[in-house]
Design a protein around this ligand. Structure first.
Ligand code: GLA
Length: 394
């Protein structure tokens, strides 16, 4: 664990102080950065996320009643509820409540728990802090209950919690990345078949620099849901126009449809949304090929194409993100830049040659400050291992 385990040690003593007994399990799950393949997951498409070396840590101990007490130590907040009462409160605790909701929906009978949470995944920044929390709670609770579940189940439970309880119509990207991440690898995800292939990005001559746009983003705001809805309407219109069979379930099923015919059949806004999704799927494939071929220039230009598509066709960029993604590649050693995650704020991703790490970070930081008046938050992330659970001894 990070900081040679000191972080976890502090959490264990906080748990002891708060609950008057030792935590029995520690579950951790990382945030993620998506290299390419944005807004494709809920359209049954392709994505290429990495789990990152920033994680949520959940300590827990089962109780012999049905009460759940949970403390979010970073937020200095706590919640207390009965496992059987699934009422969203519209706050951070819903990501914990929702796990009990999703387990109950699967017919799992759970006991109560004492839980303590700390997280090093920046919040509202496009790095999936909520998925990290949900996956960690799902992993810890299911392991503590002795359920026969693995990382895919944890991902599905956390996804169900977020979509069915918290009320965000998100796809599987974040939860899969957090649960299944592999050190030194990105995951090529086919979100329709749920096939995942680990692709090595560990030995590359570049690293991943994240620079914050200065704008917070929240998935629960309306734009994300609007895009999901627009994609659904684009699919329905294409099926209605006879361009795809009635059996088409997701926008990615329109991959083989002639683009001009699609453009003629769809409302212009819906066409742009569909064009983003279909072209983004192609870019994920091309990105994987460029990785295999070691074609660094192509990797950079694919990031630029993805950014343009997200800004113009999908309308999820902001002036700060546009600026960072245009300026990034003019800095030393930056191969390419784009937004990561849902967009409309949060971090931007920059692929940077390892030898130019310092220069690139400094130049982007200085440029942003000159343009927007404040130094942006920036961090380097490593492709990391996904969720894990540990039984704690004395
Ligand atoms: C958010 C959602 C994901 C995915 C991305 C955009 O992170 O939680 O499911 O849709 O946005 O690619």
């Amino acid at each position: 664990m990070e900081d040679g385990g000191r972080w976890a040690e502090t959490a264990r003593s906080t748990f002891r102080r708060e609950y008057g007994r030792d935590a029995q399990w520690a579950a951790s799950a990382p945030g993620r950065v998506n290299l390419i393949g944005e807004h494709t997951d809920y359209n049954g498409g392709l994505a290429l996320p990495c789990a990152i070396d920033r994680e949520a840590l959940v300590l827990l101990a089962p109780r012999d009643d049905f009460r759940v007490r949970v403390s979010a130590w970073d937020l200095a907040e706590s919640a207390d509820f009965e496992v059987s009462v699934a009422q969203p409160q519209r706050d951070w605790s819903d990501y914990v409540r929702g796990i009990f909701f999703a387990l109950a929906e699967r017919g799992v009978e759970t006991s109560g728990f004492d839980l303590g949470i700390v997280s090093r995944v920046p919040m509202n920044a496009g790095l999936s802090s909520s998925a990290a929390l949900g996956v960690a709670v799902a992993a810890g609770v299911s392991q503590a209950l002795g359920l026969e579940m693995g990382p895919r189940d944890w991902a599905h439970i956390a996804h169900r919690s977020e979509s069915g309880f918290v009320g965000v119509a998100c796809g599987l990207l974040d939860h899969f990345a957090s649960a299944l991440g592999r050190q030194g690898h990105a995951l090529r995800m086919d979100c329709r078949s749920e096939e995942v292939e680990a692709i090595s990005v560990g030995g590359e001559p570049f690293g991943f620099l994240l620079v914050h746009s200065g704008v917070e983003r929240r998935l629960a705001d309306g734009t994300y849901g609007m895009r999901v809805d627009e994609c659904r309407r684009a699919l329905d219109a294409a099926v209605g126009a006879g361009l795809a069979p009635q059996s088409a379930r997701v926008l990615s099923d329109l991959a083989g449809v002639d683009r001009e015919a699609l453009e003629a059949a769809l409302d212009p806004l819906l066409f742009r949304r569909a064009r983003h999704v279909l072209s983004e799927n192609e870019r994920v494939e091309a990105f994987c090929q460029a990785l295999a071929a070691g074609d660094l220039q192509r990797l950079g230009s694919l990031l630029a194409e993805a950014q343009a598509s997200l800004a113009e066709d999908y309308a999820v960029s902001t002036p700060e993100i546009d600026w960072l993604c245009a300026f990034g590649p003019s800095c030393e050693g930056v191969l390419g830049s784009r937004l990561t995650g849902a967009g409309l704020g949060g971090f931007t991703l920059h692929l940077v040659l390892t030898d130019s790490r310092q220069a690139a970070e400094e130049q982007i930081g200085r440029g942003f400050e000159a343009r927007f008046g404040s130094r942006p938050q920036s961090l380097w992330v490593q492709p990391s291992q996904g969720a894990r659970v540990e039984a704690l001894g004395d």
